[in-house]
Design a protein around this ligand. Sequence first.
Ligand code: WT7
Length: 636
Amino acid sequence: MPAEHPRIRTFEEYQDAYQRSVENPEQFWSEIAEPFTWRRKWDTVMQADLVGGHNKWFSGAKLNITENCLDRHLEQRGNKLALIWEPNDPKTRGLRYTYRELYQEVCKFANVLHNNGVEKGDRVCLYMPMIPQLAIATLACARIGAVHSVIFAGFSANAIADRINDAQASVVITSDGLDRGAKQIPVKRVVDEALETCPSVRGVIVVEHVGWPVHMQEGRDVWYHDEVAEVEKTCPAEEMEAEDMLFILYTSGSTGKPKGVVHTQAGYMVWTDYTYRNVFQVNENDVYWCTADIGWVTGHSYLLYGPLLAGATTLMFEGVPTFPSPGRYWEVIDKHGVNVFYSSPTAIRSLMAHDINHVLAYSLDSLRVLGSVGEPINEEAWHWYHTHIGKDRCPIVDTWWQTETAGIMISALAGITPSVPARAGLPLPGVQPVLLNQEGQEVEGNDAEGYLAIKQSWPGIIRTTYGDHERCRQTYFGVYPGYYFTGDGARREENGLYRIMGRVDDVINVSGHRFGTAEIENAINQNSHVVESAVVGYPHDVKGQGIYAFVICQDPVDPAEAPRVEASIIETIVAEIGRIAKPDKIQFVSGLPKTRSGKIMRRILRKVAEGETNNLGDTTTLLDPDIVKEIVEGRK
Ligand code: WT7
């Protein structure tokens, strides 16, 4: 029988846990870690290094995270539902897996991976729709100690190839095709194109999902169903060291190509489980639904690992909020009796825009807790969510965290700590946020603003960026040595509640998807018409931020030609990154506002994109001040 994991139930218990986590983190985390299934316990709890970024947790311990997600639940929860799958099309039959069934499917696929030559430490890339096989294959990698690298199935062939080559993945798991709302994507064809430039890949395992004809390359490609038919239903779990890699997940930064954020076995397990239980306060018979795709960190930590570690029932949805109608989320909630619902401000804002009758058609009686993640939730969206979805009875947890933090850092604990519109709230036990000024000094007291940084290690802290630790050190620990630097600005307001103000670097957050402005510029510059470009984010009603691109072409663009050139540039971006990075606005310009040293003054471009053209600030230091006038006049 699994040992009991205690959970915080009152505000006093939160305060007590927080206090203990600050005073003696090692004692605190050793108690939290105790009830998991360990092959061997740790020698040291915490080795913190916020200067060089060499952070370790539970060193010396041996474990397998899937024994904690699956095996240890079998005795008590073998017949309990682990995974409910809701398909894209409501007319298609869904699927349900008990803990025992999921355990068997994971073991079978783990054996398939072995049969296809995958060994402990190998990197496996997954590029798939939101179907049960994605969850199963991800866990199967963890079972045999392979490192999974899931790539959201909206990225282009070039983006996949970059990620596969960076990780030197040997096997790719994919499907014939994908249904997302009314759209279909020929997933396997995208993978085939990517693999033309990926010499490390020896094998491809293909799930038959939509039934499209695909090209199967002899000696490389095999069918999932053929392979699974021939293997045992059990597979011993590989014994992993605490700091062995569990996964790589690529995310954008302010410079260069996306980097592979690395998380490891023990710390990730303890952190996602602890944060999941305490933030969402999920009860034994609850149905929990996180709407994120497994291709993002939210899907990793709070659709897959967190809920399964806690023995919860997790719902996985293949589709989109507006298909076949904008009532789909609410229909799914009623259909499956969802108690805890975790979604994004973008989804909420896009649904708010539709007739309220799409909501009123459903009871939503089962809901008890609502969550939000990915970007700041504005007050209007918060109130709509609270009133119309939560019927004024469900606390909202606005959870602030990042790919690099592995799990929730600042958030209300549902029903326990304060939930105030537009405030993420208080830090979780184990999290010590600070606000830093430009000089890197801590700003004290409430009603203060600064760069959000964290001054103590926590079990989910980023371990490295794959293949390039120096990049990790510089980005997160080199800015203000001794602190983990988040890249966000924040305010500490009444009662110490944190309000997240958004990125302070050149990262933009579009519908909760993260892009570097340089990454989009590099893509645009690949287009043969283009000489130079500058990309900025601007406030967007639904997406949070929109993408505004200022582009200089080889030859002046004739207004009649503009739509064609624009389409060509968009095509290039879709090929380089994927359709999720399409700019909302492209403005052709003859020059960019640059300083005499040649630096683009993005501040001015941001103001233009925001429409704040009366308040551009000092432009006298520009190389060519006249260009500003042209840009303002041509504003889209
Ligand atoms: C960035 C991290 C965390 C999983 C999804 C995104 C922004 C995230 C919130 C929130 C305000 C938020 C931050 C952060 N962000 N959650 N509740 N309130 N901003 O993960 O792609 O790594 O992006 O998303 O700017 O730095 P990610």
